[in-house]
Design a protein around this ligand. Structure first.
Ligand code: MN
Length: 406
């Protein structure tokens, strides 16, 4: 018996951190990932597919998202079982009850609306633990299996749910946490045989029989091992389970932390960016630190501006940027300024240099790990730039506009 396990498709995700050019391509990539899952299903002769929640990013989406989802789902010729999660719960406004969904849902797509076991293919039962609101009042997986008896038929039973497990959840007291310690003995007794969960977007093995497949296409730069689908096998003779992870994602979200302290290092960094493949599907958050001359900073600005033409996204992650610019004596020597312009330049140099001592780390978090306001979102408002920072920026701009680096 073989099936595919996936979750967290997050169809219709807004991806505000991408530009106007990249965003529609990224939204489409989430549908394309479904098509690749269908290819894997065909190649591996899977009998059905389970999706552990968050199929849709929300219950309020443009109707075209539903239509495109069904278009992608037509590529399957086996049952595809959708179990609503916290993003797409079965509440009063559920997307699964929308007119378009009801009218256009392909025959082989099954929405799980309760926890009664149902036979998905002969000899295999699914027990779903769908979400009915964004705040469940208990462990939905525990509830789903609470009243089960060991299947008399000898059927294989697969539980599909959504949420954080007790062994991973930092918020262990949350009532909705899925209690792994309670689940293990239930599996040992044969109430169910395998558990697929959504919520964690990276592929993760909780126990050999409890897995998060993760999202098939990355949604956040902090995810560990996203972009996969699981091929789950049960050997009929031994009853042994095996899981094969297949990569289907095509986008990468990365954080690059680099310390740059010279023009040579900036040049090398430019080459490093150049060597990236699939730039149009790569989004990079830069966490750069170091001290650069105005000339080196101007080169860095050019390197990044050039990369922005080809990468899906590349920009400073301001909260984790700690670059100081110290004007070098040689930086402005060729500009032959005089009078007011030279005096203005001198003042800028003085103010910029003052900041190196007095404004170091001004308004920045030295330890991002304990910053509760750091949601990793690039839209987070930044502290006001200091006078020294403004002077450094002005010098960089002056340097570039004057073409002194050419
Ligand atoms: Mn999710």
């Amino acid at each position: 018996m073989r099936f595919l396990a996936t979750a967290d498709w997050q169809l219709g995700m807004a991806a505000r951190y991408l530009g106007d050019d990249a965003r529609p391509r990224y939204i489409q990539a989430r549908f394309d990932a479904i098509s690749r899952i269908a290819e894997v299903a065909r190649e591996r002769h899977a009998q059905f597919v389970v999706v552990g929640g968050d199929v849709f990013e929300s219950n309020q989406l443009d109707r075209s998202i539903i239509a495109r989802a069904f278009e992608a789902l037509r590529a399957f010729d086996i049952p595809v079982v959708l179990v609503p999660g916290n993003h797409d719960p079965l509440d009063a406004s559920t997307i699964y009850d929308s007119a378009l969904f009801a009218a256009r849902k392909p025959e082989h797509v099954v929405v799980v609306r309760g926890s009664s076991p149902f036979e998905v293919v002969p000899g295999v039962e699914i027990v779903g633990a769908p979400w009915f609101s964004k705040r469940p009042a208990g462990d939905l997986v525990a509830r789903a299996i609470a009243d089960l008896e060991v299947p008399a038929s000898g059927a294989v039973r697969i539980v599909v749910g959504h949420g954080a497990v007790s062994t991973l959840d930092p918020d262990r007291d949350s009532v909705a946490t899925i209690d792994v310690q309670a689940l293990r003995p239930a599996l040992a007794r044969g109430l169910a045989h395998f558990v697929i969960l959504g919520d964690r977007h990276g592929t993760y093995e909780v126990t050999p029989q409890i897995w998060y497949p993760g999202t098939p296409e990355v949604t956040d730069r902090r995810e560990i091992d996203p972009g996969n689908v699981l091929v789950v096998d049960m050997d009929e003779d031994s009853g042994a389970w095996s899981v094969d992870k297949v990569h289907v994602g095509s986008w990468r979200f990365l954080t690059l932390r680099r310390e740059l302290n010279s023009r040579a290092e900036v040049t090398a960094f430019g080459r490093e960016l150049d060597e990236f493949s699939a730039k149009d599907r790569t989004a990079i958050w830069l966490a750069l630190s170091g001290t650069l001359s105005t000339a080196a900073k101007a080169e860095l600005d050019e390197v990044i501006a050039g990369a922005q033409d080809v990468f899906a996204r590349i920009d400073h992650w301001e909260r984790h940027t700690d670059l100081a610019v110290i004007p070098d004596d040689h930086d402005f020597a060729d500009m032959s300024l005089s009078g007011f312009a030279q005096r203005a330049l001198d003042e800028l140099v003085e103010r910029a240099a003052a900041g190196i001592v007095t404004d170091e780390h001004a308004g920045r978090d030295s330890d991002p790990a304990i910053d509760p306001a750091d949601d990793g979102h690039p839209m987070t408002p930044e502290p006001a730039t200091s006078d020294a920072q403004s002077a450094q920026d002005a010098l960089s701009l002056l340097y570039r506009l004057a073409g002194a680096h050419r």
